[in-house]
Design a protein around this ligand. Structure first.
Ligand code: NAP
Ligand code: NAG
Length: 244
């Protein structure tokens, strides 16, 4: 085991992830179990074809994991799916993979790096241009803020934020606000889905200062030599559950 790995195993963050995250996962399962016993079955949402053309959805982090699975499922449901991801190569591979299963899937590939203001702005311009060029109604029916990450050591973005904080929260917050006019313009009720995490239950501090939002406060722990990766991740996910 190298020294970095050893330091990681001995850190409070490691134990936080091992113990607290396991407990909060069990608690989340318990809630789901109890809810499952008391809830009446929900009615299926109607198929989203009201108002003519295909509804449009934007999925961030669509090149792997849950994002890729959601994109494929939504294409199957009849959505025009905007695959948003950081790597153009992974975007092409993902589109090819979905089309192998669904030759007539409607997919568009757009590059976005949520840890960069500039990239989000570029995405906005490209998306609006595409809607305009394709004569599509300038509206979106669904935005899935799925992209997320957990940095193992501190990296500061070109915009001066902690990378996890900007990717998981600040970026999606800006994206949601930029897309809000298009979401509001939808002829059918639109939706924003945020991928949070059971780990947000570990956040006990609910006073949000600007310093914390920027990820600056966490820098203090660095002085003691450990990057609080787990706390930052939990915090970004907790912030995503807030309706501002
Ligand atoms: N899997 C779980 O058990 C679990 C549990 C709780 C919550 N979640 C949350 O669910 C979401 C999806 O999880 P997953 O397991 O499917 O993760 P994943 O397989 O690691 O996929 C994350 C996606 O986010 C993208 N991404 C990362 N940084 C980005 C950035 N700066 N800009 C744009 N895209 C970026 C990645 O792109 P690249 O392909 O380019 O890296 C990837 O496509 C995440 O928000 C995660 O925090 C997952
Ligand atoms: C999802 O996140 C966005 C951006 O922070 C926020 O504006 C919105 O209220 C959140 N939605 C839900 C349902 O939590």
């Amino acid at each position: 085991m190298d020294r970095e790995a050893l330091r990681m195993v001995c850190s409070p963050e490691f134990w936080r992830m091992g113990v607290l995250w396991t407990l909060s996962l069990l608690y989340s399962y318990l809630l789901l179990f109890l809810r499952g016993r008391t809830d009446t079955p929900r009615r299926r949402r109607p198929r989203p074809h009201a108002g003519g053309g295909r509804p449009i959805c934007v999925v961030t982090g669509a090149t792997s994991g849950l994002g890729k699975a959601a994109a494929a499922a939504l294409a199957r449901e009849g959505y025009h799916v905007v695959l948003a991801g950081r790597s153009t190569q992974l975007l092409s591979e993902t589109a090819r993979e979905i089309r192998r299963q669904q030759p007539y899937a409607c997919l568009e590939e757009f590059q976005i790096d949520l840890s960069s203001y500039k990239s989000i702005k570029k995405f906005e311009t490209a998306l609006k241009q595409w809607l305009w060029d394709s004569d599509l109604k300038p509206s979106i029916q669904l935005l899935i803020n799925n992209a997320g990450m957990l940095a193992k050591s501190q990296r500061v973005t070109e915009d001066g934020h902690d990378e996890t904080m900007q990717t998981n929260y600040i970026g999606p917050f800006i994206l949601t606000n930029i897309l809000l006019p298009l979401l509001k313009n939808s002829p059918i009720p639109s939706r924003v889905v945020n991928l949070t995490s059971f780990t947000h239950r570990c956040v006990s501090e609910i006073d949000v200062s600007e310093e914390e939002l920027r990820g600056v406060k966490f820098g203090q722990c660095l002085v003691r030599g450990t990057y609080p990766l787990a706390s930052i991740y939990e915090y970004t996910k907790w912030l995503l559950t807030r309706v501002w």
